[in-house]
Design a protein around this ligand. Structure first.
Ligand code: MV4
Length: 447
């Protein structure tokens, strides 16, 4: 096992990784920017090293500074968390060149699943359900039109190197496809340094269901079942839950098995999430694979009892996954509300500043993953998430009631947060019935 790990991240996920390391007897080195210099979680690290100023480019995204800190502190491995450098194949490769273990996939595995055209090809070869569409990247306008005529309109153009909704264009007829294809290629090249685009059938109404997987360096891959993340706004998830409400378990199991096959085929080590859209008839179509630990991983931890961050560290150290697929059981229901320092009444404008009041909920089945303490100042440089409230209960209904109760106990001020919005959502009739689609929240906020 590793003796010492560097945490190349900040906020709640830095704290989450530190907690896993402490329980595993691993020393932690946490890097920070000057914007985070007074953050209380840094005192829980065995060592904290300043790597630069507030802008992420000059600190959390700065590879030479991170590698220098890793060398100075003599660490065995780096955990990238989520965001920042977590999905950068070049960073995974540089760590390997420097003989520092990257806690996540190899650059090769990241390439196979992180590039959407490559990922779709591997998915197809492994009988993972995908949208009908172009076989690989499309180069020419006429080629795109030919594919669209075969699959029917509407179609969507996506960038192979895109993700999280960036670089997508919906086309409802031939004229629109012809005008958009070249622009999409140019935009993809400018935004991602890779102009490859592909087209597929566009699905209007769908739920977002993703499968948590785990691979090790011995060729094993398992799934920890699914999460439903349909409650979202502008590609930012607002509530996640597990298991997905109102889906057939047998069907879900087949999709989860397919997701694990894909992870195994890529010779993948670490945590991975295979994203799907599910249509009204409960057909699944793969979207993309996230090659990192995700924000919403605690929801899966609560229903399976498996510590995903510990697993990511264990498999990076070369240990095999310490359980079998048949031992992974779903217990009860879990839900997560992402609490952001934003004002929902003012278009979700960031509400940075000092958090004077921070009264947190507790009790049976309540978990709060947060780096915030009373008096904490939210820096303006990074995303606005101040914590994740996760609850677990026997049934979905009890879980919703417990979340409503926990949200009532949560008092934060004077900054604005998304807590009142979450309170409204957990009492919303359509959400409580189960199975709102990915456009539900945006429609609710408009109307
Ligand atoms: C789609 C789609 C409909 N049809 N692909 C958005 C993020 C990226 N991961 C893929 N996305 C979508 N791809 C086809 N063929 C609709 C979306 C989409 C979406 C997906 C998941 C969660 C929220 C979303 C919001 C708008 C659009």
């Amino acid at each position: 096992m590793f003796r010492r790990i560097l945490i190349a991240n900040r906020g709640e996920i830095a704290l989450r990784i530190m907690r896993a390391c402490r329980e595993m007897g691993i020393e932690t080195v946490c890097v920070y920017s000057t914007a985070d210099r007074n953050a209380p979680y840094l005192r829980l690290a065995d060592r904290a090293i300043c790597i630069g100023p507030g802008p992420a480019r000059e600190s959390y995204l700065n590879i030479p500074r991170l590698i220098s800190a890793a060398e100075v502190a003599d660490v065995d491995a780096i955990h990238p968390g989520y965001g920042f450098l977590s999905e950068r194949a070049d960073f995974s490769a540089i760590c390997r060149d420097c003989k520092i273990e990257f806690i996540g996939p190899s650059p090769e595995a990241m390439g196979k699943l992180g590039d959407k055209v490559a990922c779709k090809q591997t998915a197809k070869a492994n009988k993972v359900p995908i949208f009908p569409g172009s076989d690989g990247a499309v180069e020419e306008e006429d080629e795109a039109v030919k594919v669209a005529e075969e699959i029917g309109y509407p179609v969507i153009i996506k960038a192979s190197a895109g993700g999280g909704g960036r670089g997508m264009r919906v086309c409802r007829n031939e004229a629109s496809l012809r005008t958009n294809i070249r622009a999409a290629q140019q935009e993809a090249l400018a935004a991602f340094g890779n102009g490859a685009v592909f087209i597929e059938k566009f699905l209007e109404h769908a739920r977002h269901v993703e499968v948590q997987c785990l691979g090790d360096k011995h060729g094993n891959a398992v799934y920890l079942w699914e999460r439903d993340c349909s409650m979202q706004r502008r590609h930012q998830k607002v509530i996640e839950e597990a298991p997905a409400p109102n889906v057939d378990r047998k069907k879900m199991q087949a999709v989860c098995e397919a997701a694990a096959r894909l992870v195994k085929a890529a010779d993948y080590s670490g945590a991975a999430t295979v994203e799907f859209l599910m249509d009204g008839a409960h057909n699944f179509y793969m979207l993309e694979v996230n090659t990192r630990v995700q924000v919403e991983h605690p929801v899966t931890e609560m229903i399976t009892g498996i510590d995903i961050v510990k697993m990511s560290i264990m498999v990076a150290a070369g240990m095999p996954i310490p359980f079998k697929q048949k031992d992974v059981e779903i217990r009860g229901h879990a839900m997560e509300c992402r609490i952001n320092a934003e004002d929902p009444d003012k278009g979700f404008m960031p509400s940075a500043g000092k958090i004077e009041q921070w009264e947190t909920p507790g009790g049976l089945g309540v978990r709060l993953d947060s780096h915030v303490v009373p008096g904490y100042v939210v820096p303006p440089n990074y995303d606005s998430m101040v914590g994740k409230l996760i609850v677990h209960a026997e049934t979905r209904e009890q879980c919703l009631d417990r979340m409503a109760r926990a949200l009532r106990e949560f008092r934060v001020g004077p900054i604005k947060t998304t807590i009142p919005l979450h309170s409204r959502l957990v009492q919303d009739g359509a959400f409580r019935t189960g199975g709102v689609d990915i456009h539900y929240l945006e429609r609710l906020l408009k109307g």
